[in-house]
Write a protein that binds this ligand. Structure first.
Ligand code: DAH
Length: 440
């Protein structure tokens, strides 16, 4: 018992040190500031970004030569360069891959017509720096500012940040590529002078199909839809081969109407690879564009890289292991690379059960994403998966108990029991310190 108590004291000291040596503290601190990429911000009651995320915000995998994420970016950019040429046979699209991931709520949400009560704004889903800034949750956040700056055809590539579960397909930072193409009446209809882009007429809605925006003429809408879909099917074929099976699925986004997802059939299942649509005309008028109609799309680079290179675990993209990185050194972008797994080391599984304090039993004050961030912050990439395996409310006391299963596995070596035990105890201590939970 005494032995256990002295161990806990030691672990607490470690935990204090762990958090003291980094720029942010484990507990939210309302008076403090936070520094990310050399910029300092005031913390407030919205701040939920952790040290781990601040560190990840410094890497630039999408522009690191030979990195698989960068290879997929290059393949897509090259496809756009060769598909869209101006009259002098130069690429029409320009590429922005170096924009700061720190954006305002106005950029990430308001400029894209995302309503105040939209779930994507929730604190449980985004990494907020404070009430004014966050780490972008999608590269779409930059569309409006680039259009306002006068661009008509552009791609945006960058790292994006979302609070999510921990498993082989999710990581709090991943990479997206967005595209925008705007066309004037003359560009869309060439010599057909009597056709118009805009008309306040909705007689041409397709029965049962996705609805065009009222302000667009049927001809303008159909030509844009056609160009968007042929471009994206061409892209899917470029990436997955000419034989790829694909299908369009209707969906909705606040910034496009109509909106679609493109799915490809891969490994015996339908896989959603991108979202797209005809841009909301009010998004364009809000940034001063009155004479153009636009299409746009956005896709995630990790998902495509995982398929193309047969990479099973998303953490590998962040690995410095040369056994992984050297497999992508081939300079020929078109050559198929199939990643050969570096040896799989054994898993080590531990459960953690705790009572929530009474003031946190409602779902608003504690969510699983809070716990996942704590695990990431303490254990980093040692954790392969976290699962909520049990929850119940005590019938008499009304107290709520949660049990999470934490699956530890290092990607490059076998973990010892001793080190996993230590990390697991650090997680228990951090959970009781940060959330006031009682470990069972
Ligand atoms: N931003 C969307 C997402 O992260 C993807 C997206 C959909 C981007 C439609 C677009 C678009 O530019 O037009 O899920």
């Amino acid at each position: 018992m005494l032995q256990y108590a002295t161990n806990i004291v030691k672990i607490r000291q470690k935990l204090v040190k762990h958090f003291r040596c980094s720029s942010t503290s484990a507990k939210p601190n309302l008076t403090d500031t936070i520094t990310i990429n050399n910029k300092t911000f005031k913390r407030d009651d919205y701040t939920n970004i952790t040290d781990k995320i601040v560190c990840l915000a410094q890497k630039s995998l999408h522009t690191t030569p030979h990195h698989p994420i960068s290879l997929v970016r290059q393949r897509i950019v090259n496809y756009f360069y060769k598909t869209f040429l101006n009259s002098r046979r130069n690429p029409l699209f320009s590429v922005y891959d170096n924009l700061s991931p720190i954006v305002s709520l106005a950029q990430n949400f308001d400029s894209l017509l995302i309503p105040e009560n939209h779930p994507s704004r929730l604190k449980s889903d985004c990494y907020y720096i404070n009430r004014e800034y966050l780490l972008r949750a999608h590269t779409t956040a930059h569309q409006a500012e680039l259009i306002r700056a006068g661009l008509d055809n552009f791609l945006i590539v960058g790292d994006v940040y979302r609070r999510d579960e921990i498993d082989s397909k999710h990581y709090p930072v991943f990479h997206q590529l967005d595209a925008v193409r705007l066309k004037t009446k003359d560009q869309l209809f060439s010599c057909e002078n009597d056709l118009k882009l805009f008309d306040c007429d909705d007689t041409a809605c397709i029965p049962g199909g996705p609805t065009k925006q009222r302000c667009h003429t049927f001809e303008a809408f159909k030509l844009m839809e056609h160009e968007l879909k042929t471009t994206l099917v061409g892209l899917a074929k470029e990436l997955f081969g000419n034989q790829v099976r694909y299908r369009w699925v209707d969906t909705s986004f606040p910034f496009t109407q109509p909106s679609w997802e493109l799915e490809v059939y891969y490994n015996n299942e339908w896989l959603e690879i991108l979202g797209c649509g005809i841009m909301m005309q009010s998004l364009l008028t809000n940034v001063g564009v009155n004479n153009r109609i636009g299409w746009a799309f956005g896709l995630g680079l990790e998902r495509i890289a995982m398929c193309l290179f047969k990479i099973q675990d998303i953490r590998l993209f962040w690995s410095n292991d040369s056994g992984f990185l050297n497999q992508f050194k081939d300079d020929d972008l078109k050559s198929p690379i199939i990643y050969k797994p570096i040896s799989q080391h054994p898993q080590c599984i531990h459960d953690i059960s705790f009572w929530l304090p009474e003031d946190k039993t409602d779902s608003l004050s504690f969510c699983s994403n809070d716990f996942y961030d704590l695990v990431r912050n303490v254990a980093g990439d040692l954790v392969e998966q976290v699962l909520l395996v049990d929850q119940f409310t005590h019938p008499k006391s009304g107290k709520k108990s949660l049990c999470y299963r934490i699956i530890y596995r290092h990607m490059e070596r076998t973990l010892t029991n001793a080190e996993v035990n230590e990390v697991h105890q650090l997680i228990e201590c951090a959970a009781s310190d940060q959330f006031g939970v009682t470990i069972r």
